[in-house]
Design a protein around this ligand. Sequence first.
Ligand SMILES: [Zn+2]
Length: 123
Amino acid sequence: MNKIEATLKMKCPRCHEGDLFTTKNHFSWQKLTKMHENCPKCNLRYERESGFFYGAMYISSIINMVFFVAATIAYYVYFDERVDWRIYIWSYVLFTVLITPFIYRLSRSIWLEIFNDYKPQIE
Ligand SMILES: [Zn+2]
């Protein structure tokens, strides 16, 4: 598993085996934000200092901006005046709301990956 695959699968950045979150379901509202404190495989402490994950907000902002720019470009390229412009706006709002749980988790996974190197465990 490479770094990108481990990030997308939300695995521990050090061993690429342990899960970051207690459930794989991004849409389980009660457990959406529940993370393991330490990696279940290699025991890496995920929140290295209190407030560590505030930085992940920058990552999620960047991802959201990328989506917004892509949607704006797509709007100008594919705009069809037979379709009410509000349909485009509300589709985008709905899309953003639906992917928010995934983006929340992905940004934490990317943030952890930035600060930790891959060191496979030798057993
Ligand atoms: Zn690990």
